[in-house]
Design a protein around this ligand. Structure first.
Ligand code: SF4
Length: 244
């Protein structure tokens, strides 16, 4: 049975702890104000993303489970206008991964990436370096077609990119070929024109990335085919284990 002295001491101790917490909060507030005055962001709004693969929330799944999740996805407004989502296709694991921007009209109708004219050109490009489409995992950064084939908006890219990060972890490619500026910037987390990003190998978490023109762009600008051929040769060389 606690005596009245014990109860008095307990009450004093509880009050002291409360005062300590209040004092701590007051000091912390002053410290944060001090940092703010110095222009230091003490509590960043989002964790710093150092690599594209940091976008992966590390949700364990198999590729078929992930693809089914993508087909059900409603995380961004593109789900309202799509016919169907286009997760990607190809072997898993695969040494080779090709990443484009987003599905176009034919991809949206068929549910497969890189079909139609751009897909046929991609197939020819692969054959020119001794590869078949069936050896490659092919996908896009954004899995649903933007209306009118417009460039995906930043909100859509932000919502969809974690799926690509998860696909990369599951497919485990040795080399990724990023086709077009949207794919290149999304993977490398770098801004700048495609002409500044292509022509040299990049690395993301030990993966090698080569950047080149999107086949749809090459169909409109045949003069860029020479540069695309150089990119493909670099891609082939890295795949064979050679340096740039
Ligand atoms: S584009 Fe990506 S994030 Fe948006 S609804 Fe389709 S799968 Fe989901």
């Amino acid at each position: 049975m606690p005596t009245s002295k014990d109860l008095a001491l307990q009450s004093l101790s509880a009050r002291t702890k409360l005062e300590d917490v209040k004092e701590f909060i007051r000091l912390l507030g002053s410290y944060l104000e001090y940092l703010e005055a110095l222009g230091v962001e003490a509590v960043p709004a989002y964790p710093e993303i150092k690599s594209f693969l940091d976008l992966d929330p590390l949700v364990p799944s198999t590729l078929p489970e992930l693809e089914a999740e993508i087909r059900r996805c409603r995380k961004c407004p593109l789900h309202r206008t799509r016919t169907q989502a286009v997760p990607g296709e190809g072997p898993c694991p695969s040494e080779i991964m090709i990443v484009g921007e987003a599905p176009g009209r034919e991809e949206d109708l068929e549910g497969r990436p890189f079909v139609g004219q751009a897909g046929r050109l991609l197939q020819k490009m692969l054959q020119a370096i001794g590869l078949e489409r069936t050896q490659v995992y092919i996908t896009n950064v954004v899995k649903c077609r933007p209306p009118g084939n417009r460039t995906p908006e930043s909100e859509e890219l932000r919502a969809c990119r974690p799926y690509l990060a998860r696909q990369i972890r599951l497919v485990k490619p040795k080399v990724i070929l990023a086709l077009g500026a949207v794919a290149a910037r999304s993977l490398l987390l770098e801004e700048g024109p495609l002409s500044k990003l292509r022509g040299r190998p990049h690395r993301i978490d030990g993966l090698q990335v080569v950047v080149s023109y999107h086949p749809a762009y090459l169909l409109r600008n045949p003069a860029a085919k020479r540069a695309a051929w150089e990119d493909l040769q670099l891609f082939r060389k890295l795949l064979s284990g050679g340096g740039p």
